[in-house]
Design a binder for this molecule. Structure first.
Ligand code: HEM
Length: 268
């Protein structure tokens, strides 16, 4: 209850020294940029496709796997313990369920992520090992995002893809959080209770900016991956008439190989 009261006081903006306010202010511009990535714009226009949704879930799966494993491993660290809410927030199981529903039982062999996802994941592993206090920046960026705009994105996904039940959509639902707004207040007050030196606080703010940038890069890479796949599809059908000519087969093979290397796609 005390937590809730202090969180409400913070929300009034009286005291600008709380971590929750500083982190929001520090990432404000990055949030606008994240909202304006092509992938998020497609979302806001209600134009998300099944292909976009599937690749997004694949990347989120790898990101949450790293984030939640590192939070679990560091759950008793003094900067992690206050914001450790596995029961309420963990997304890994729900992502596994969604991927199984959308990609089939052998979904693990079909998870494809771009290079930016791999970099994001590596950063999470590195700070989990070397500087766990920075995990709060990443947990904030993803979980508070999921509990905010993410709730609207869930409804848009259901509508855009014409999914009739909750199947394939469990990523957006938090059954153990009855009120996202109240939970966010609790989370902010827990963030504010973490004891950090000035230096550590500055590092957390910097890491939150980096966390948004990792997300932006993932969205941009996913979009490139999808347009590349669409172009490859298109040229496959255009080439159908002359692909029997060996020199054309060779040239197309070289182009596809170069484009794949250029995009840095990792099939896990
Ligand atoms: C279509 C894209 C998005 C929309 C429409 C959207 C919308 C929103 C809205 C309406 C809020 C609540 C603002 C408030 O309470 O003052 C919010 C908060 C937040 N969003 Fe987003 N968002 C989007 C994408 C993202 C992305 C991609 C991320 C990060 C990966 C993100 C991270 C956050 C965070 C961390 C908060 C909590 C801010 C705070 O209260 O400290 N959002 N978003």
């Amino acid at each position: 209850m005390e937590n809730m009261r202090s969180a409400r006081r913070n929300d009034t903006g009286d005291d600008g020294s709380d971590l929750s306010e500083q982190i929001k202010a520090a990432t404000k511009e990055n949030h606008v940029r994240a909202e304006n990535t092509q992938l998020m714009l497609s979302y806001q226009k209600g134009q998300i496709t099944l292909a976009q949704y599937k690749v997004l879930l694949c990347s989120l799966y790898e990101i949450y796997k790293a984030l939640e494993e590192e939070l679990d491993r560091n759950s008793s660290h003094p900067a992690v313990a206050p914001i450790y809410f596995p029961q309420e927030l963990d997304r890994l199981d729900s992502l596994e369920r969604d991927l199984e529903y959308l990609l089939g039982s052998d979904w693990r062999n079909k998870v494809i992520v771009p290079a930016a996802t791999l970099r994001y994941e590596q950063r999470l592993r590195q700070i989990g090992r070397e500087n766990p206090a920075l995990l709060v920046a990443h947990a904030y960026t993803r979980y508070l995002g999921d509990l905010s705009g993410g709730q609207v994105l869930g409804k848009i996904t259901q509508k855009s893809l014409g999914l009739s039940s909750k199947d394939g959509l469990s990523f957006f639902s938090f059954p153990s959080v009855s009120s996202p707004n109240r939970f966010k207040q609790l989370y902010r007050s827990r963030m504010n209770s973490i004891e950090l030196t000035e230096q550590q606080r500055a590092e957390v703010l910097q890491e939150a900016v980096a966390a948004f940038e990792f997300n932006i890069q993932v969205f941009d890479d996913l979009q490139k991956m999808l347009s590349f796949a669409a172009e490859a599809d298109q040229s496959k059908s255009n080439a159908a008439n002359f692909s029997s000519v060996p020199i054309m087969q060779f040239t197309m093979g070289v182009c596809v190989a170069l484009a794949t290397i250029g995009l840095g796609i990792y099939a896990l």
